[in-house]
Design a protein around this ligand. Structure first.
Ligand SMILES: [Mg+2]
Length: 293
């Protein structure tokens, strides 16, 4: 018998759905301020001995509501809705204090998308009440967890929420949108335990900054741009002084490679397909474009 499809689009908050000026503060054992981390930095930061996170800037609802909705992600949600969907929507954030955030997020989804976001599908994995609930749940099942929920990494906590709170409630088609590769990969690790679940991770990188950096660091010669002209437009808009001008795009499609300004990477078009290239054959080089020094 085929299982009923139960799907959800799950969104990270910081730098996926909204961007804010708020910073996570890092303090030493005496409470002195060591550094202030942007949300993206926070997701990968490993605290040193004696260091503690201070989330006070995120407790200010004013700061949260002054956050800017990431246009790239808004477009994704608009597109999902345009094609009609019976999916649920949910939030999976590293932030604490769900009570503070949930009313704002419910209002945001209603006013911006006309979507009813259900309170029970908003997960704030640094919320102390939520940690307590997770640990009591494990204890009730007779599993005394060797590591309490709050001591797991953000990625591990997110993966556990997907497994227990979504798959556990019957979701079997899960799209997860996050600007952290680590968060997206984390559920993949335990995916074999849930062979019936379709899991679709979506890396949110609105300007292609992270992916261009990854390509450059990978050392590989070429990377196909799967989404073709859509990706090319975003890349040129953010990494080429001339932008995504129609004349430039036409020149590219006719075989003239373009060198980006922010990373020493070329965009080329071959037989109608677009690629990133580390280098190009000399004959292909457009004499109007200065070469790599
Ligand atoms: Mg994020």
């Amino acid at each position: 018998m085929e299982a009923v499809r139960k799907s959800i689009h799950l969104f990270d908050l910081d730098d996926t759905l909204i961007r804010t000026e708020a910073r996570v503060l890092v303090r030493d054992a005496h409470g002195s301020l060591l550094r202030a981390l942007a949300p993206a930095e926070f997701t990968v930061y490993r605290p040193g001995p004696g260091e503690a996170f201070d989330f006070r800037e995120f407790s200010d609802l004013g700061i949260l509501s002054r956050g800017i909705v990431v246009k790239y992600t808004k477009t994704i949600i608009d597109t999902i809705l345009r094609y009609g969907t019976r999916s649920e929507f949910g939030i999976l954030t590293a932030r604490a204090d769900k009570k503070l955030h949930a009313p704002f997020l419910i209002r945001l989804f209603r006013s911006l998308f006309g979507v009813r976001l259900s309170n029970e599908l908003i997960f704030a994995v640094s919320d102390q009440r939520f940690s307590g609930y997770k640990d009591r749940g494990a204890a009730a099942r007779g599993q005394e967890p060797p590591i309490p929920f709050s001591k797991l990494s953000v990625s591990q906590r997110k993966a556990l929420v997907i497994a227990e709170d979504l798959v556990g409630r019957g979701f079997n088609d899960i799209s997860f949108y996050d600007d952290s590769r680590e968060n997206l990969e984390s559920f993949k690790v335990m995916r074999q335990a849930f062979p019936h679940v379709v899991y679709k991770p979506h890396f949110i990188d609105p300007t292609w900054k992270a992916r261009l950096g990854e390509f450059w660091e990978s050392g590989s010669e070429s990377k196909p741009l799967i989404k073709g002209a859509n990706s090319v437009r975003i890349i040129l808009e953010h990494h080429c002084a001339a932008g995504a001008d129609p004349v430039i795009l036409r020149g590219l499609a006719e075989g003239g490679p373009i060198r980006l300004d922010t990373v020493p990477v070329w965009v080329v078009c071959e037989e109608g397909k677009f690629y990133l290239r580390r280098s190009i054959v000399e004959a292909d080089r457009d004499p109007r474009i200065p070469g790599i020094p």
